[in-house]
Design a protein around this ligand. Structure first.
Ligand code: 5GP
Ligand code: ZN
Length: 115
């Protein structure tokens, strides 16, 4: 747990969230400011700030986050229609919370490239 990290506090239950999935590696919960009909954040229990800070030791965790997002999309019923996963990284990437997280967005059509 990293002090003053919002997502570590969500994992610890110190900040409330609407959890949709959790296991020993990750926790997934609804984004507080949804950008699509479904907008879920999938985060590792282990705190590391961003993809830029990911190391070889995080390889399994990163794979686990993606596979969990895919499973949540299937369980939520929009996998066949499609969805988007996003990992905003550092300032130019638009990252605002520095605990690595995967955005899982579904339920509408997305354009590419994103803004
Ligand atoms: P980023 O901009 O870092 O890629 O994404 C951070 C996301 O966290 C944003 O989409 C924002 O709405 C979400 N967020 C920030 N604070 C909270 C919170 O306290 N609870 C939840 N559920 N989401 C949050
Ligand atoms: Zn954290």
């Amino acid at each position: 747990m990293s002090e003053n990290c919002i997502f570590c506090k969500i994992i610890a239950g110190e900040i409330p969230s609407k959890k949709v999935y959790e296991d020993d590696v990750c926790v997934a919960f609804n984004d507080i400011s949804p950008q699509a009909p479904t907008h879920i954040l999938v985060i590792p229990r282990e705190h590391f700030a961003s993809l830029d800070e990911a190391e070889t030791k995080h390889k399994e965790t990163l794979g686990h986050l993606l596979l969990s997002a895919a499973e949540i999309a299937r369980q939520s019923g929009f996998a066949k229609n499609g969805y988007r996963v996003v990992i905003n990284t550092n300032d130019d990437g638009g990252q605002t919370v520095f605990h690595l997280h995967v955005h899982l967005l579904g339920g509408r059509q997305f354009i590419f490239p994103p803004g």
